[in-house]
Design a binder for this molecule. Structure first.
Ligand SMILES: C[S@@+](CC[C@H](N)C(=O)[O-])C[C@H]1O[C@@H](n2cnc3c(N)ncnc32)[C@H](O)[C@@H]1O
Length: 693
């Protein structure tokens, strides 16, 4: 198959400007590359023919591009062979392109040692032409793949241009570079201005909300061990004491918050937790670390905003792990079974973890600790619970939990076929009898659930998980993910956009399921809580009133209609002023209010503004992290408050080692007393009813 000219010159083709690079990257298979290579001469002329587009990089006639090189061959060996093959034409430089640090892992795992292309510079075009034929021959003889050979449009960026360009060409390139730098600076200024306007708008939005949200939201965070849970533990502890008449065994300390509520001291808490732990968990947990953690938490005064660590240290993170992960089967460990560790560590079965694997382990530990506390009464009573994880992916949370809590049944639900296949393989490999796997959407889940879990289920998937918990009066532990997708998910399901984007094409069946779910269950509306809706309503009214007042002031200040000594001059001044004001664009906050129709739309637009600022992740070098964290805590608070309005006791807590991720918020919920008696058909396990009653 010969690639068409359109494919070769596609504007989205590889931007570092090797003409044949496009060819390689457009070719989807080895067969394609080989076939294209067979037609190299034709392809070369196809590339050379069209007139250069304005701003297109200049063709560099003295740099030869070689593509389609065998990825598994050592790049140094390739480099030597290329240099030797064209040595008689005196190349000034030969270079095989290598991976940058961050892109190495996936390609390396797939057996690639370099990027599969090289560039060779010559002093004349004649030399290049002659060398091209030799390299083509070499490729055919030695590497069993046909290389793609042709002149590059531009030398690689890190090559000094004077090595390959004439003085005139060099001057042109320098002019182009200067123009590009100017363009970049202009774009950056515009981006900064837009960002500043967003920051200003979101700041005034948050300032406009009254407690417990707005700027006070950060104070809503509670230690990982929620107050309500502590009190529940305390009550049980007291009952236990009375029954056994062994008051001296356990001590109580007063709560730092004062009043009638009191909490258990860390040692007693650890004892309680240890006594109830199922065996695999009891063996794997590092008791001293648990005790230390609970002690630190009890001493803390309101954790405040989550601040991300600039460069978290792997060693420090490892030292704080609660579990001894070497005691868990490799297949359930996100690092090995989930293959989050680097390829060499996975292969060797040991070694230093990377942060990605450690982050997931820390998330699993956080859920483990919360689940343990939440289900403590059931564990003590040997009651069997049904736990459902929504958006399980390939099982990095559900599998270690299923191993640590063999007394519970865990169901994993996800709509992504590839993730479910991998999860099923892991379940089979680990011979896990307490795990059920269900491919499908969260929205359409109709099975039982005593406790709902969701870890970083994207956008509205977290809200669907909460809705599913509410429908069954199930307890929940939900750590929400990105929020920017909230608007998309509101119209067409989470990942699936109605515009026919590639994700939708990738899985039409799942898209159809989401659409069906939306028809059946309705949409998730934002803000979630009546409380925030009301607040945003008030804010919208305030913004409108301010705008009207401003307009009135402008009219009043206008000299039109007032007696003027110099009428012509006044009119001109007034017109200029009016023009200036008209030219000043509305702030994002004003846009949200003034350009939305109904009050519901205004509320949603204000919420979207907040969600937009809240959407940040640990990969970004964020320029307003505090504001983003604050906006995120408000979004989560809104979710929590909506569940509180549905009768839940909720707490906003944080993952362990929260500085590791921007998505460290966790919503914790216990259904109202007695709510378990009213359950969705077939979903309540009778043993669980008494737990929360
Ligand atoms: C970021 S992954 C998290 C996976 C896993 N919980 C973990 O932390 O390793 C989010 C998962 O949610 C799934 N998901 C998102 N929306 C969903 C929906 N509406 N129904 C089912 N699964 C969904 C995605 O397919 C994806 O596998």
């Amino acid at each position: 198959m010969l690639l068409s000219r359109k494919q070769l010159l596609h504007p989205h083709s590889y931007t570092t400007c090797y003409c044949f690079h496009a060819l390689v990257y457009q070719a989807r298979s080895r067969a394609c590359i080989t076939a294209a290579a067979a037609n190299t001469a034709e392809a070369t002329s196809a590339v050379a023919a069209p007139p250069p587009k304005p701003g297109a990089p200049k063709q560099c006639a003295r740099v030869l591009f070689v593509g389609g090189l065998p990825g598994a061959v050592d790049p140094d060996v390739l480099q030597q062979q290329l240099a030797a093959a064209c040595s008689q034409w005196h190349p000034t430089r030969v270079e095989v392109a290598r991976f940058e640090e961050e892109s190495v892992r996936s390609r390396f795992a797939a057996g690639w040692q370099h990027k599969g292309h090289a560039a060779i510079a010559f002093t004349s075009e004649d030399d290049l032409a002659a060398a091209a034929a030799a390299v083509q021959q070499l490729a055919a003889d030695d590497w069993q793949v046909a290389a793609v050979v042709g002149p590059a449009r531009k030398p690689p960026p890190h090559w000094p241009p004077e090595l390959t360009l004439t003085p005139q060409e060099l001057q042109e390139v320098q002019q182009q570079q200067a123009a590009a730098a100017l363009r970049r600076a202009h774009n950056k200024r515009q981006r900064d201005r837009r960002q500043q306007r967003l920051i200003d708008s979101v700041s005034s939005l948050l300032t406009g909300l009254s407690p417990p949200a707005g700027l006070a939201a950060a104070q809503q965070y509670q230690p990982l061990l929620g107050q309500r849970l502590q009190q529940q533990l305390l009550q049980q502890h007291q009952q236990h004491q009375q029954q056994l008449e062994q008051a001296a065994d356990l001590q109580l300390t007063s709560s730092s918050t004062g009043g009638s509520s009191s909490v258990l001291c860390a040692t007693d808490l650890v004892d309680q937790l240890m006594a109830a732990m199922p065996d695999p968990l009891r063996f794997a947990i590092q008791v001293d670390k648990l005790q230390q953690l609970l002690q630190t938490q009890q001493q803390q005064q309101g954790p405040g905003l989550i601040r991300l660590a600039a460069a978290p240290s792997v060693v420090a993170v490892e030292q704080q792990l609660l579990l001894d992960w070497s005691l868990l089967p490799a297949v359930v460990d996100p690092a090995f079974g989930g293959q989050l560790a680097d390829a060499d560590v996975v292969r060797a079965g040991a070694g230093r973890m990377n942060l990605r694997a450690l982050r997931k382990r820390v998330q699993v530990e956080s859920f483990m600790l919360l689940l343990l506390q939440l289900t403590l009464p059931a564990l003590k009573a040997n009651a069997h619970l049904h736990i459902v994880e929504f958006g399980s992916g390939s099982g990095n949370l559900v599998l270690p939990l299923a191993h640590l809590f063999p007394c519970f049944t865990l169901t994993a639900v996800d709509m992504k076929a590839s993730a479910i296949t991998l999860l099923r393989q892991r379940v089979q490999q680990g011979q896990m009898h307490n795990v059920r796997v269900q491919e499908g959407t969260i929205e359409l889940y109709s099975g039982a659930a005593d406790v709902v879990l969701a870890l970083h289920a994207c956008g509205a998937a977290s809200d669907w998980s909460l809705a599913q918990a509410a429908a069954r009066s199930a307890a929940f532990i939900v750590s929400p993910c990105c929020i920017g997708k909230v608007n998309k998910s509101n119209t067409a399901g989470l990942f699936y956009r109605q515009d026919g984007s590639k994700r939708q094409q990738a899985d039409q069946a799942a898209a159809a399921q989401v659409q069906q779910a939306l028809q059946q269950t309705g949409q998730i509306q934002y803000p979630r809580s009546h409380w925030l809706k009301q607040q945003m309503d008030e804010l919208a009214a305030k913004v409108k009133a301010e705008q009207q007042q401003q307009q009135q002031q402008q009219q009043d200040a206008s000299p039109l209609g007032t007696p003027a000594a110099d009428p012509a001059g006044h009119t001109l001044l007034a017109q200029q002023q009016q023009q200036q004001q008209q030219q000043q664009p509305l702030s994002p906050l004003q846009q949200a209010v003034l350009q939305s129709g109904s009050r519901t739309e205004q509320c949603r637009a204000l919420f979207s503004l907040m969600a937009q600022a809240a959407d940040y992740s640990h990969q970004e070098d964020h320029s307003y992290p505090d504001l983003a964290a604050l906006a995120k805590s408000n979004v989560e608070l809104d979710r929590g408050l909506s569940m509180a309005e549905a009768g839940y006791s909720t707490a906003l807590v944080r993952l362990l080692q929260p500085e590791l991720t921007a998505k460290a918020d966790v919503l914790l919920g216990l259904p109202a007393a007695g709510a378990r008696q009213v359950t969705a058909a077939g979903s309540a396990s009778s043993a669980f009813s008494w737990v929360w009653a």
